[in-house]
Design a protein around this ligand. Sequence first.
Ligand code: NAD
Length: 423
Amino acid sequence: MSVAPPTPREGRGAYAAAQRQFDVAADQLHLDDQVRQVLREVKRELVVHFPVEFDDGSFGVFTGFRVQHNIARGPAKGGLRYHPAMTLDDCRALAMYMSWKTALVELPFGGAKGGVCCDPRQLSVAELERLTRRFTTEVSLLIGPEKDIPAPDLGTDWRVMAWIMDTVSMHAGYSVTAAVTGKPTEIGGSAGRYTSTGRGLTTVTLQAMRDHGRAVEGATLAVQGFGQVGSQCAALLGALGMKVVAVSDSRGGVYNGAGLDLPALHAHRREGGRVSDFGGAEHISNEELLALDVDVLVPAAVESQVTAANAGRVRARVIAEGANAPVTADAEDALTDRGVLIIPDVLANAGGVVVSYFEWVQDLQAFFWESGEVNSRLEQIMSRAYAVVRDRAREAHVSLREAAYQVAVQRVADAAAVRGIFP
Ligand code: NAD
């Protein structure tokens, strides 16, 4: 396929928004001004322009990025996104966000993000492989098991991670399995990685419900986005006695007040069916799903789904953010005023990076764990992170999101300070 590479766009203010969010935590923590100045900026950023040959013999020049926000706590960690609208500004914001997330769950990592401005759906498998290998070579001065470890994100998957691992290994002359996470298990991937984000979300949701005196058995649940995160948390929360009444994908959703038949829905999906084609349930739109009268709503699709415009219609009592930033800041204010409990993304969806950490540890040791061990260690880490955030929220009279940011920013600041990098 010979499709011209997308022209890189200007940023849309994501980094400025991430810095404002950091400023709130820094103010609340009375952070030292020098520490604040350092943590407010990204440490390193690399922009690369590289040619990729298309299958018809023509070629296009693509633009890619890798940004490291902070490495005070350890090597940088963060996903790689292949998307036509990917910008350097997005990478900076997401790299900063990864520093807070890894610190919150006490992983020995800093934060990074990267990507290529491309539409992977317009590329053949061979073109995608050539693009990935060339991009990996271009950013190879930054990435590596002891420096910066990429992982899948939007538009990338286990296969892209395998190509990256192979390219790094070809340059090194030996297999460098710990260079990326989210790999197939045949080449050093971890058991339990696919279910990890849904499992982590399940752990923190259960604990938040118990803390707020809400029964889990029989509680109703709606999940927007029946992908990796949404389908796994629906299955796990359903198995624990919650009634999954609605799920959706990008084309729309299905609702059954008596509870959806999840095994049948999974079978329907495996056979190539869409959520919205599933029989035995009422068809609803994504907008209707978000407004359902349920105990728990899990937005697990894309960002900015609950906004100031529709927050008034949301009737869920608990929102657990599976996606990144599905609830906008102004919507959160309105919902919190009405007593809705929001379990923030930086905590709720951290299970994926926790098991990525396990994958890196297993690769470095060349010693692999059973899925039971992965899952129980994951639950332990998520429970501990939740308890720390809950206690901070209670002590400081702030939301769970503000508490999570306070804890995370303080940890990164402490690591930077103890290393003595400030005059
Ligand atoms: P996925 O691609 O497997 O699933 C996404 C699902 O959302 C699909 O069912 C898709 O049809 C649906 N969707 C897309 N746009 C939608 C829309 N506008 N309305 C309703 N549904 C829509 O992705 P995933 O890995 O499950 O990730 C979901 C979200 O969670 C993403 O925002 C991702 O960044 C975030 N996240 C994922 C992980 C992980 O480990 N996979 C970790 C942290 C955060």
